[in-house]
Ligand binder design. Structure first.
Ligand SMILES: NC(=O)c1ccc[n+]([C@@H]2O[C@H](COP(=O)([O-])OP(=O)(O)OC[C@H]3O[C@@H](n4cnc5c(N)ncnc54)[C@H](O)[C@@H]3O)[C@@H](O)[C@H]2O)c1
Length: 314
């Protein structure tokens, strides 16, 4: 099935970035929020992403030219232009923005071939949204970007539950290429294959998008492995085994991590880490027990970068 128009429900952090990703890949996008002010605020977020990416892309060939000339090699104008042509990526901000329209009505999603729900992480909110879009066009694929909620429960609200599945994008999708594709008990092979092949053909501002399949089990792959690692690092700190700096240095220099687990926790947000850990604890029991220090940090509003204090000060 050919997907031309993509609807996105929720214009927050993820919804706006997902809308940007599809516009960047040439799709028409209809982005819906609860009211037009929220939709417009998401649109401003998209403008910012696009302008930042354009600036970074414009700088890339000039940086490469400077890097080569640093070795004492003098490049001709032709050689410089060849580098600009080879590694320069044109980001036409206006053309991409023109592909995105805004709405606060579900009826404007009727022409969409794929709708991605990225509203609040709350089962009742998502169930209600699925009821509200239960009779979208027959062929439309309905996806949720949920990190932890039941797609099987959401899908039971649809006329065609076989068309629904989870597409779990990572923050920020314009730089992180992974999408966990998670079918429900109802999902048809056709919907699954359409989603996997669509994601495989897309790219973000850094590289090609990469789908992986996972079963509908709490945490899927990444959160089930990554969040408990942050939890264990927090326990190490809490029991005085090592300082935050040394824990992060150890994992970067000893295990090749691009970021230490505690720096990463500050970036994700301690509240989000605790929410996911509690989901895992409920699903899998004692061995996923949420670290006490993480709970205390959430109570103290030490949420990481967003409150300018977490494991580190910002
Ligand atoms: N933030 C992340 O790092 C991240 C990563 C992966 C997945 N997710 C998932 O993505 C989803 C969205 O998360 P977020 O961080 O973007 O949240 P957010 O709070 O930034 O945005 C949610 C948006 O949904 C809107 N919304 C709520 N009900 C709506 C409705 N009925 N119709 C239209 N819009 C509605 C809200 O007004 C808000 O703008 C959640 O399910 C979350 O678990 C988040």
């Amino acid at each position: 099935m050919e997907i031309k128009t993509v609807g996105v429900i929720g214009a927050g952090t993820m919804g706006s970035a997902i809308a940007e990703l599809f516009a960047f890949n040439g799709f028409n996008v209809v982005m819906k929020d609860q009211n037009m002010d929220l939709a417009r605020s998401g649109y401003s977020g998209i403008e910012k992403i696009l302008n930042d990416m354009k600036r970074i892309n414009d700088e890339k060939p000039e940086k490469e030219i400077a890097r080569i000339e640093n070795y004492g090699i003098k490049l001709s104008d032709d050689q410089k232009n060849a580098i600009r042509k080879k590694i320069g990526v044109q980001v036409d901000v206006n053309a991409m923005l023109k592909r995105i329209s805004l709405t606060d009505k579900y009826s404007d999603l009727s022409s969409c071939d794929l709708v991605i729900e990225a509203a609040f992480e709350n089962q009742d909110v998502k169930n209600r949204i699925f009821s509200d879009i239960s009779d979208l066009s027959e062929h439309a694929i309905i996806a949720s970007n949920t990190s932890s909620l039941s797609i099987t429960e959401m899908s039971s609200r649809l006329k065609r539950p076989e068309n629904a599945l989870i597409l779990h994008f990572f923050n920020p999708p314009y730089l992180l290429p992974l999408v966990e594709v998670v079918p429900s008990l109802y999902t048809s092979d056709e919907a699954k294959n359409t989603a996997v092949s669509l994601i495989s053909r897309m790219k973000n501002h850094r590289e090609g998008m990469v789908p992986v399949m996972a079963k509908e089990r709490e945490g899927f792959i990444v959160n089930r492995l990554l969040i408990p690692l942050i939890n264990s690092a927090s326990d190490l700190l809490d029991s005085g085994v090592a300082s935050a700096e040394d824990i992060d240095t150890a994992m970067k220099k000893g295990a090749g991590f691009p970021m230490g687990p505690l720096e990463l926790a500050d970036m994700i947000g301690i509240d989000v880490v605790v929410d996911v850990m509690e989901v895992l604890e409920r699903a899998y029991g004692e061995r996923y027990k949420t670290s006490v220090i993480l709970r205390r940090m959430r109570e103290a509003n030490r949420l990481g970068r967003k409150t300018r204090i977490g494991f580190y000060k910002y």
